[in-house]
Design a binder for this molecule. Structure first.
Ligand code: AVI
Length: 344
């Protein structure tokens, strides 16, 4: 496995977290970027969420992949350079890699360095003839791809998990415009997109009976306490997940149960009783709505695979050569961090 990485200045990560937290908590609707969910504890809780009976996206997407990975690989074609955004443990990717014809290389891109390199190492062992080139970067910022050991016939970006739903409309367009630029005209985008459904099923998926999603949400406060010298009282906030039909999204909030003041360092954060911090948007799409959004980023939907209940979709898109609209703002909760790797 060839690996590349440069270490950012030691406190840069904390400084960004602090700046984002202070900025978000001073807005009229207090908010925190959802990318900060994923410290070690948050990542562990997210893995548990994925296995919950109420949280249908993971198992449904896996079912779609198991049924159609061969078809998807055929769309991507031989000698493709496969780039995965937010690769995590690359579980879904293995289903694709098993079917891809002579991939030129696999470039997992992830912000979580340990996870990225562990996974890349494991993949390198399991796929000895595959060039695995991990890239420690924020996929929502611009980055350069490592050079594959041999030329690729085509570039493709794989973005499973419906993380595209965690972006604002402008953010999703900006991200997909970036994908279109990265893969070039005729290049491919394979993406997991969660679909609109019964709001009650959605609210259950984001507020499970065992309270794992609540713990995941509250962990953001615990993370600020331990990393930012904050003193949020976790017993005085509760998790809330609500379907917002106008915006077509689930919103997650942390609601203050009392009037209270929390501190981040010397900065006071005032909460009225019932006031909330918005911690995540999770947009759900219709097939038509997503196709329209993608078109604004210069991507055309060519194939769609869904489960029989049409809960979730995996979509294959191609980048057009014509100029297209490009969203100006970064992703809600994912933008801004741009890190790039260059050492094993
Ligand atoms: C990562 N992302 C696609 C998840 C979602 O469904 O929006 C994050 C999540 N939040 C609560 N449960 C899962």
């Amino acid at each position: 496995m060839a690996a590349i990485l440069t270490r950012p200045p030691p406190d840069l990560e904390r400084e960004r977290f602090l700046a984002d937290a202070l900025h978000g908590l001073c807005l009229p609707q207090k908010s925190l970027p959802c990318k900060y969910f994923y410290d070690a504890e948050g990542s562990k809780l997210f893995d548990q969420i994925c296995a919950l009976p109420e949280y249908y996206p993971t198992r449904t997407e896996l079912g779609i992949l198991r049924a159609h990975a061969g078809d998807m690989a055929a769309c991507l074609g031989p000698e493709t350079l496969l780039v995965e955004y937010g690769s995590g443990s690359s579980v879904k990717t293995r289903l694709l890699l098993d079917r891809l014809a002579r991939p030129s290389a696999y470039v997992p891109v992830d912000i979580s360095r340990e996870h990225l390199f562990e996974t890349a190492l494991a993949l390198g062992l399991d796929y000895p003839s595959l060039a695995v080139l991990p890239l420690w970067a924020d996929f929502s910022a611009s980055f350069a791809l490592p050079r594959p050991p041999w030329p690729a016939a085509r570039r493709a970006v794989y973005f499973p998990g419906s993380t595209i739903g965690n972006f604002s409309e402008a953010g999703a367009i900006a991200l997909m415009s970036g994908v279109a630029r990265l893969v070039g005209p005729g290049g491919a985008f394979l993406v997991g997109v969660d679909l609109k459904k019964d709001p009650r099923a959605l609210e259950r998926a984001y507020d499970d009976a065992a309270g794992v999603t609540a713990a995941f949400n509250l962990n953001l406060l615990a993370r600020m306490n331990s990393e930012l010298d904050a003193d949020f009282d976790l017993r005085r906030f509760r998790h809330r997940a609500v379907w917002t039909p106008g915006a077509g999204r689930i919103e997650m909030h942390l609601v203050s149960e009392i009037e209270q003041v929390a501190h981040i360092g010397a900065t006071e954060i005032h909460f009225a009783r019932g006031e909330s911090i918005c911690t995540e948007h999770s947009h759900k799409y219709t097939l038509e709505g997503f196709a329209r959004l993608a078109r604004r980023a210069g991507l055309v939907v060519r194939r769609v695979w869904t489960d029989s209940a049409r809960l979730f979709s995996v979509q294959y898109l191609e980048a057009q050569s014509a100029s297209h609209e490009s969203g100006p703002s970064p992703a809600r909760g994912f933008g801004r961090l741009a890190r790039r790797a260059t050492e094993p």
